[in-house]
Design a protein around this ligand. Structure first.
Ligand code: NAP
Length: 228
């Protein structure tokens, strides 16, 4: 026996079906325009980050869309995630994170370039520092202004390249810009085993200075290696 159905019920079913088909069509059309990312919606520990599907970025004229293959985590990332110290909320966002996707140092492959980009092409291996350019590294893709992006040296893996930008630039700023390091000087590096310290030891050596590193006993070998 069939149950009698009102015109209203049938119309409602048809509407639901049409909506479903429309959603499928939109998803199929946008399928490649979605990506996975770790979303930061509230300050807190790593558990506060949530993996979600979001829109894949579209590069503007002077940007390249990069498929992220490696990302490094620096103190700046956990400070942004937890909003520590508290006053950093003035720039990070007072009540909640201004940047929905964190992640500063990335390495990956160029997928697409904006209309004004001539120095990079799809397929290039690159690395970049997104600190002053909206972050966004904890995602499958990120749009990177080409002024903060470089070709990845062939002898570096993507993981190695992603570990370079922020820590190495900080070490370079400290030694060259502020310290004005000179050949023959004696340089003391506190925290020589850290992200910045390992670069600082090598940079100071490359300037011809005599380097002394301060580190915990368990990291002595690492510092000796960096000093070679
Ligand atoms: N990474 C960046 O891009 C960046 C940029 C700007 C500013 N900073 C700031 O620069 C500092 C260092 O950053 P990092 O990335 O090099 O950090 P990291 O990789 O965590 O290294 C920390 C270093 O500090 C040493 N250390 C830890 N506790 C110590 C203590 N109680 N006494 C003496 N040494 C101690 C560690 O040595 P042992 O483990 O051998 O004990 C290690 O060498 C942080 O304050 C960070 O916020 C970092």
């Amino acid at each position: 026996m069939f149950e009698a159905r009102s015109i209203f019920d049938i119309a409602q079913d048809q509407l639901a079906f049409t909506t479903l088909v429309s959603e499928w069509t939109t998803r199929a059309r946008l399928g490649s325009a979605r990506m996975k990312a770790f979303i930061s919606e509230k300050y807190g520990p790593p558990e506060a980050l949530r993996m979600a599907e979001v829109e894949k970025p579209v590069p503007v004229a002077d940007e390249a869309l990069v498929k992220v293959l490696a990302v490094s985590v620096n103190p700046a990332d956990w400070r942004s995630m937890r909003a520590k110290p508290f006053f950093s909320r003035a720039t990070l966002g007072l009540l909640r994170p201004k940047h929905r996707i964190l992640g500063v140092d990335i390495a990956g492959r160029v997928e697409k370039v904006g209309s004004g980009v001539t120095q990079f092409k799809p397929g290039d291996g690159v690395y970049a520092n997104l600190l002053d350019h909206g972050l966004g590294g904890f995602a499958e893709y990120v749009s990177v202004p080409v002024e903060v992006m470089s070709l990845k040296p062939a002898n570096l893996s993507f993981e190695e390249a992603a570990a370079v930008p922020m820590a190495a630039v900080t070490a370079l700023q400290g030694l060259r810009h502020h310290g004005e390091v000179q050949a023959g000087q004696r340089v003391l590096i506190n925290g020589a085993s850290g992200g910045i310290g390992t670069f600082a030891v090598q940079i100071a050596k490359s300037y011809g200075s005599e380097v002394t590193g301060v580190t915990s006993t368990r990291n002595i070998d690492l510092c000796r290696f960096a000093r070679r």
